[in-house]
Design a protein around this ligand. Structure first.
Ligand code: SIN
Length: 300
């Protein structure tokens, strides 16, 4: 019998296929396409302490093998999330991991302590890596700041904590180590790469915010490299994210050292892909002659 459950320190998931924050709305939008109860979990769009309008349009642009976004954490704020989205999300029969971003440590702590009181949430993902808002990546580019926010949230809330890290750093291993030492149950590797697109005829950037985060197939090799490097050096469960759209992509991340994965940009062009990947997982495991995710490892 194949065993699909995965254990990420205090967080247990029914299987390793999650959907990434910002690519699945607050799940209602995807109800026609996915049987939510089949997924390992849902990570809704990042919420902030106050509602945010986000960045000026255009906020997305397609590139040859990826997507640039400069959404700017557009969301209705934590009060609306608690009143409107949590009751629905926690009724779906899957793990719900709330993703939060604070402008400072206090905001992270206040949001975490409120969400820690909610029935039915499985974990918190700390977005310390958004490249599209001022200060968004600061916590994720400095090991002391990353450690401070993780340990402060851990002190304020009993939920398992996942730190979502940025690849826009010199050494992601250093940041992952700091998050792990501060008490993160897992790290999500990686958020988007800072990029841009230019309309040369108009001689200006296409995105309203000029720069944006690149996701999709273009970043898969870069994300795999980050997962591999962290897995080699840091004792912390890793959730791989970046350009995953097929079962081969999933298996590559698991072999590189991830314990679970998030499906992101692929949700936009194939909204049911996450459920299909859950279906395909047992056959891929049997090809490797393993019966559980934890048995998957790199061959030396
Ligand atoms: C955004 O809202 O700008 C994207 C979220 C992120 O990259 O963390």
């Amino acid at each position: 019998m194949t065993q699909l459950t995965v254990q990420l320190n205090r967080l247990q998931l029914a299987n390793p296929i999650l959907v990434a924050s910002g690519t699945f709305g607050y799940a209602r939008e995807m109800a026609a396409y996915v049987d939510f109860a089949r997924l390992g979990g849902i990570i809704p769009k990042t919420i902030t302490a106050e509602p945010r309008r986000g960045n000026p349009p255009p906020r997305t642009v397609e590139t040859p093998s990826g997507m640039l976004n400069s959404i700017g954490l557009d969301n209705d704020g934590i009060d609306y999330f608690i009143e409107t989205h949590i009751p629905y999300l926690t009724s779906l029969g899957t793990s719900v991991i709330a993703n939060i971003a604070g402008r400072n440590v206090d905001e992270f702590v206040q949001m975490a302590s409120r969400l820690g009181e909610m029935e039915g949430l499985a974990a918190l993902e700390l977005n310390i890596s958004c490249p599209n808002v001022s200060g968004g990546v600061d916590f994720g580019t400095n090991p002391e700041m990353a450690a401070d926010v993780v340990s402060s949230v851990r002190g304020a809330c009993d939920l398992p904590i996942i730190a979502k890290l940025t690849p826009n750093v010199t050494s992601i291993v250093t940041i992952a180590q700091a998050a792990a030492d501060a008490g993160a149950d897992a790290v999500s590797l990686i958020n988007t790469f800072l990029g841009m697109a230019i309309d040369w005829r108009r001689r200006r950037p296409i995105l309203g915010n000029k720069l944006g985060g690149l996701s999709g197939p273009a970043i898969k090799p870069l994300a795999l490299r980050c997962v591999y490097q962290v897995a080699q050096s840091v004792e912390v469960p890793i959730i791989g994210v970046g350009g995953i759209g097929t079962i081969d992509d999933v298996m590559e991340f698991l072999v590189a050292g991830a314990s679970a994965v998030q499906i992101g940009t692929a949700n936009f062009y194939n909204p049911s892909v996450s459920e299909r990947l859950v279906d395909e997982l047992p056959t891929a495991l049997s090809e490797l002659r393993v019966t559980s995710i934890s048995e998957i490892e790199l061959s030396e």
